[in-house]
Design a protein around this ligand. Sequence first.
Ligand SMILES: Nc1nc2c(ncn2[C@@H]2O[C@H](COP(=O)(O)OP(=O)(O)OP(=O)(O)O)[C@@H](O)[C@H]2O)c(=O)[nH]1
Ligand SMILES: [Mg+2]
Length: 238
Amino acid sequence: MSDKEDKTIIRIKEIESINLARDDIRDEVIETKKAVERDNDLLANKVHQSFIDNNIKSFDIVGAIGAGKTALLEKITEKLSSQYRILVICGDITTRVDADRIEKHNAETIQINTGRECALNAYHIHKIIKNKDLKNYDVVFIENVGNLICPSDFILGTDKRLIVVSTTEGEWVVEKHPMLFKMSDIAVINKFDLKERLGTDVDKMISDAKKINPKIEVITTSAKTGENIEKLMNLMGL
Ligand SMILES: Nc1nc2c(ncn2[C@@H]2O[C@H](COP(=O)(O)OP(=O)(O)OP(=O)(O)O)[C@@H](O)[C@H]2O)c(=O)[nH]1
Ligand SMILES: [Mg+2]
């Protein structure tokens, strides 16, 4: 047996032993996870009620890393900031790059650095808004940490959730991540300007999203050219 094969077998054994250990505590892990999600849901309801009480339109924007969440928010805030008082809460593991980009378009921004956590949760949002006078805002956008898995565990307490994917992720990205599409109100397929160059089958992405969630609104956009940004804003009720 070669060295490489030997190492592969050892690695597989290591993984098996980790899985066995997990089997022992699986029920406990599942119960704890459910309790955390229950607490999160309660807090999310409280957050949403605060937005409603203050006549604030609120949106949670989730999506793959680099799909264009911030670029879309830049376009939207640029168009809205003369009419609406906007607060944008950006989730990112370490930097305030996104908040700085959006701030240039006259929106107030708050950056949350989650460190090792791969999604925002209702506790983060509650902590921020309890120190804010919400009467000073008309619209709140929350850009979640970029990924298509973790945010499905935590609702944040907004009117609508948008999921953003793009042509650069390939046509399988929707069917491979059904959970967030099930939980979202609007699916945005961004970077439509790159569709021809990449040969991405956008029709498949649209029909996959509709199959997963027949109620979801699906729209193609380009944050680069501005295509369909106004239509997206209409869908959001802005
Ligand atoms: N061609 C093209 N590029 C885009 C479009 N939208 C965003 N980009 C580019 O894609 C890159 C990533 O965009 P971001 O807006 O930072 O993406 P994001 O989803 O906010 O990324 P994270 O916050 O890191 O998860 C940037 O270089 C953008 O300029 C688009 O519609 N077309
Ligand atoms: Mg971003």
